[in-house]
Design a protein around this ligand. Structure first.
Ligand code: SF4
Ligand code: MG
Length: 298
């Protein structure tokens, strides 16, 4: 947490500034700080968010593709915390893809904000998993020969119960989406389209301006019988050509969050979750694992 922007080494014009601002405002409006929330990041330009955010909040800058594992541990150790991840597209859909899919299956309540710029910015602009096939950014010697992953589609297939798309330079709507994602019970994923003016000269601010529009849909699944219809709606939005809808794409209110499944399976977890449990007294361990071991016996 650094309060002076002169320490910020993101490039001028980077979309990360818009995400940072939207996130600061969302946290402020929800009254979140170090007492009740934490930011977890991976590796990449997005990974610096916990260092640059001007909010009195805790942050952990973790490993490439492993921020979801850290966030899962934090949330399970202290379910009362709001956990927000700032991660990159390479970070999440490349090396971290297995963790990303597993998180959707669990539906643990945290928010994954994926800074989606189509490149690995920190390492000089190699193609990331979201860069379309055939695109040749100024950082690539030849056009990309890999097909892209569609972030919205894979999030829905993995089971995320809140899926949204935001645009870094529309800070107002990004802030509102972040707030709704934080308040959602279950895993939330936001694909934040983030221009990288240094390495991606194709998906520029002008390019986005011609395509972005605000979604006007009802994304909510209030009853399992609506699920298929809402998934189809979300997939149509995910694969639109020449238009990019921003807003909440899918919100399933019928799936039990992982922490609730845990609570119903481990009586007393909410009273005695790990962050509340005393583990030492005068440097001597007072942990008694007997009841936990009994619980796990088959
Ligand atoms: Fe932003 Fe791209 Fe610079 Fe990274 S390399 S700080 S993503 S403009
Ligand atoms: Mg990237």
């Amino acid at each position: 947490m650094i309060e002076d922007l002169e320490f910020n080494d993101w490039c001028p014009g980077c979309g990360n500034f818009g995400i940072l601002r939207a996130e600061e405002e969302a946290l402020g409006e929800l009254g979140l700080d170090y007492k009740n929330a934490i930011i977890v990041s991976g590796i990449g330009c997005s990974g610096k968010t916990p260092h640059f955010i001007n909010v009195d909040i805790s942050g952990v800058h973790t490993l490439h593709g492993r921020s979801i594992a850290f966030a899962t541990g934090i949330k399970l150790a202290n379910p009362s915390l709001k956990v927000i991840l700032n991660v990159g597209d390479g970070d999440t859909l490349g090396i971290g893809l297995g963790h990303f899919v597993s998180a959707g299956r669990r539906n643990l309540s945290f928010v994954i904000m994926m800074h989606d710029n189509g490149v690995y910015g920190l390492t000089k602009g190699q193609a990331s998993p979201t860069l379309p096939k055939g695109e040749k950014t100024k950082s690539l010697p030849k056009p990309n020969i890999n097909a892209p992953i569609n972030p919205i589609s894979i999030a829905i297939a993995a089971g995320y119960s809140f899926v949204a798309r935001a645009y870094a330079y529309d800070t107002q709507s990004t802030k509102e989406i972040i707030k709704e994602a934080i308040l959602h019970k279950g895993s939330a994923f936001i694909d934040v389209l983030q221009p990288c003016p240094t390495y991606n000269d194709i998906n520029t601010i002008d390019w986005y301006k011609e395509r972005i529009y605000k979604l006007d849909i009802d994304p909510n699944v209030n009853n399992p019988s609506q699920r298929l219809e809402k998934i189809k709606q979300a997939i149509d939005i995910a694969y639109q050509e020449d238009k990019i809808g921003i807003g909440i794409v899918y919100k399933d209110l019928t799936i039990e969050p992982f922490e609730d499944r845990l609570l119903s399976n481990i009586p007393g977890y909410i009273q005695y979750y790990p962050a509340k449990t005393e583990i030492s007294n005068n440097n001597r361990s007072i942990s008694d694992l007997t009841s936990l071991i009994d619980e796990l016996k088959v």
